[in-house]
Design a protein around this ligand. Structure first.
Ligand SMILES: NC(=O)C1=CN([C@@H]2O[C@H](COP(=O)(O)OP(=O)(O)OC[C@H]3O[C@@H](n4cnc5c(N)ncnc54)[C@H](OP(=O)(O)O)[C@@H]3O)[C@@H](O)[C@H]2O)C=CC1
Ligand SMILES: O=C(O)[C@@H]1CCC=N1
Length: 273
């Protein structure tokens, strides 16, 4: 993988997740700089991963060949406007991880049609188990695409989408979805506690079941998910009773509605940013 100088503007949850995975994969820490409005997250990043940090977004941009824009979408316009005023933004590759912010709109904010790759990562990047969707229009050259693919592959798996709209599908299926699984596990933990388990024991039961299930999915790519489910479901048994309860509550409809809500929100953000 190329080791370009890489800056992160905004040092929140997602930046930390990517930097942790990158440094663990061998990306040189002295090639990474993060900038943030306030100091505490920067100090923690410097202490934990040995990267360079600054409270000046301009300094981070000047340091870098490639710049990950990692502030909240609603902050992006102000951040870009300030950068334009005191920094030469030309000759750099921009990687935007902001949800709901189209490339064209970001280029307006940056003041020129700089090369932009849109990436939709997720927080398991922290453990090298991320899933990122990537989109670049035809103005981004192959070398730049390969670089971004290398960065995100260092922290998980990548999937390129050919239409920008595809990024919203990635948000629904992978960017936001760790939170769906956490919610589901939380509900299972709470019910296990109502059945008499301590908080810790309830968490152990559900987290290990989830880990084992996820590993079975990954290690059996030829088995359909419905087949894996069938292997657990004895006819007339306990699993069948639980699954029927999910079906009666329209689990597919519930999931569909939630994922479509994520897409609708991304569309709504695109119109308002
Ligand atoms: N969290 C996730 O799972 C995912 C997030 N994303 C995208 O990643 C981006 C960041 O999200 P996330 O990390 O969750 O958000 P956070 O709120 O955790 O991080 C945003 C960071 O930006 C900093 N910031 C705000 N304004 C400025 C500024 N003017 N200059 C420098 N830094 C600034 C904040 O600083 P301060 O500490 O001072 O508040 C904060 O640390 C968003 O665009 C989001 O859409 C994409 C995929 C998944
Ligand atoms: O909730 C959000 O808007 C961001 C994008 C995907 C995950 N977190």
């Amino acid at each position: 993988m190329q080791h370009r100088k890489l800056a992160f503007i905004g040092a929140g949850n997602m930046t930390r997740s990517i930097i942790a995975g990158l440094v663990a994969s061998g990306y040189p820490a002295d090639h990474i700089m993060a900038s943030n409005r306030s100091r505490p997250k920067l100090d923690a990043l410097a202490a934990d991963y040995g990267i360079k940090v600054t409270q000046s977004n301009g300094e981070a941009c000047e340091f870098a060949d490639a710049i990950v824009l990692s502030v909240k979408p609603q902050m992006m316009e102000d951040v870009c406007a300030a950068l334009q005023q005191d920094t030469d933004l030309s000759g750099k590759l921009y990687i935007s991880i902001a949800a709901g912010l189209p490339v064209e709109r970001l280029q307006q904010m940056l003041g020129a049609e700089y090369p932009v790759v849109r990436v939709m990562p997720n927080t398991p990047s922290l453990l090298g188990q991320g899933m990122s969707g990537l989109y670049a229009d035809s103005s981004v050259n192959e070398d730049d695409r390969n670089y971004v693919d290398g960065v995100m592959s260092a922290v998980g798996k990548t999937l390129w989408v050919t239409e920008e709209d595809g990024i919203n599908g990635v948000i629904a299926a992978a960017g936001s979805s760790p939170a769906y699984f956490f919610l589901f596990l939380q509900a299972m933990q709470e019910e296990s506690m109502r059945m008499g388990f301590s908080e810790d024991d309830a968490r152990l039961l559900v987290q290990q079941a989830m880990l084992g299930a996820a590993q079975m999915v990954c290690e059996n790519p030829d088995l359909m998910l419905s087949e894996l489910r069938a292997q657990v479901t004895s006819k007339g048994g306990t699993t069948a009773a639980a699954i029927q309860s999910f079906i009666d509550s329209d689990i597919s409809g519930i999931v569909s509605k939630a994922m479509q809500s994520a897409v609708a929100r991304a569309d709504e953000m695109a119109k308002s940013l």
